[in-house]
Design a protein around this ligand. Sequence first.
Ligand SMILES: [Zn+2]
Length: 247
Amino acid sequence: MDVKEQIKILLALQGLDAQIIEHTKQLKALPDQLEEITRDVTQLEEVVNQERSELEQEDKWKREKEEEHEFIETQIGRLRKQMQESTSHRETLALQRQLDSSRKQSGDLEDELLQTMQAVEARRAAIDDHEASLTQLKELLAKEDAEIRKEMKKVQTVLNKVKAKREAGSTGLEPTVKARYDKIASFRHPSVVEAVDGHCTGCNMALLPQLYNTLYYANSMEFCPMCMRMIYLKSAVFGEDEDKTDK
Ligand SMILES: [Zn+2]
C-alpha cells in the first residue's frame, strides 16, 4: 500500500466531504429565511380576523339599535296622533309625558347610533389598512419563497455534482482505509489532519516522539491516540519542498 498516495486520495475526498457538509447546511438553513415573514403574515391574519369578528358584532349591534329607533319613532307618531285626538286634559298630559320620554329615548339612541357608525367606519378603515399590508407581505413572501427555491435548486445541483464526484473520489483507496475514514468521518470532521510541531492539529494533543517519528516515513496509516483522527506529516506525504514554502 502506498500510504502517501492513500493520504492524498483521502485529503481530496475530505475536501469533497467538506463541500457536501457546507452545501447540506446551506440547504437546510435557506428555508429559515422565510420564517420571519411567514410569522408576520400569520400574526396579521389573526389581527384581521379578530377585527372582522368585532366589525360583525358592531354591525349587529347597529342594526338592533336601528330597529329599536324605528320602533320608538313609530310609537312617537302614534302618541302624537292620540294627543291630537284626545279631548281629556288629563289624558293629554299623560300622553305628553310618554311622548317626552320616548323622544328622549329616541335622542339617546341617535347618539349611540352615531357613535356606533363612527366606530364601524374606523374599524373598516383599519381592516382596509391591515389587508393592504397583508397583501404586500404575502407578495413579498411569494417573491422570497421563489428566490429561496431557486437558490435551493442551485445549491442542490452543486451538491449533487459534489456527491457524484465523491462517489468517484474513492477510486484507488484501499477498502480498509476507506472503511476507517468513513467511520471517523461519521463523527469527526475533518478526520484526516496534519501533525505539526509534534502535535495533532485536530485536537492539539502532543504526540509521543516515537509516533511523530513514524510519520516521517509515511509507511503506515497512523492515528492520533486522543481524537482517533488519521494524522500525517505534510513534508512526508507531499515532499520537503512544499513543506518549506509553507514556512
Ligand atoms: Zn488528535
